[in-house]
Ligand binder design. Sequence first.
Ligand code: SF4
Length: 311
Amino acid sequence: MRATELLGWYEHARRDLPWRRPGVTPWQILVSEVMLQQTPVARVAPVWTEWVTRWPTPSATAAAGVADVLRAWGRLGYPRRAKRLHECAVIIATRFDDVVPSDVDTLLTLPGVGSYTARAVACFAYRQRVPVVDTNVRRVVTRVVHGVAHAPPSSRDLDEVAALLPDDDTAPRFSAALMELGATVCTARSPRCGDCPLSRCRWRERKYPPATAPRRVQRYAGTDRQVRGLLLDVLRNSSAPVERAALDMVWLTDTAQRDRALHSLLADGLVEQTPDGRFALAGEGEPDQSVTSAPDSVDPDVVEPQANRRR
Ligand code: SF4
């Protein structure tokens, strides 16, 4: 893969995303990377902009209540990310003097920061030459280098992408360009090879052999994730704890599924149960610690334990 081709294309084709603009801090880049996990750019951009305006630093985020953070997260999905981001802010504010660590190993010790996010922050915020591999990057490399349409994650991914990085200070820009190409041109369903800047691509040269295994498509409708989202919406929109009946109303299709979803929200610490049996966002329920501290101690009269409970 020729770096000059990719870098030249990126110069004029890159999207003007808010977290790429001058003046954006490492903390704000970390927030964007956490939000972008599994959530499209178009949904993240307005939430991120509002978030960093309201809480520009780790200490500002740490000073907010968990419930405020969950409300600001809105409908980005996977709300445990919001709670972990808050925990991450607390640690950076108290142990790292409000400065996001720059080395991958230290970043990996932070709540909610995994292999991808740690490397993305080191690369995009601190301009380090480290491989960053997300779904888009993996797809481009799989097609260009291996000549196949898709490949599952592999332990070789990081080494493979590291070998492609330029040896000079353009490496972080190359990583961003590779990701951008996968997001906007070499897409999963309909790659626009006519607009691709790369002169060599093994998949194209092999006449696009189809994938041997079907791609797994995540559905949302009818899943526990959808029910959790509906339950959280009720609590986000209420300034006071709500009765169980208000939650029961949101999902009548499968009451066992609804109970399981509520139980998982309690277990994740996103929702609290008040001593009188009502429900609230974390931090707003004046919780009885004996009820909410462990999933197995949830009042069985309020949330029935499920034989096939899923987390
Ligand atoms: S030529 Fe087509 S398949 Fe190959 S990298 Fe470019 S867009 Fe992707």
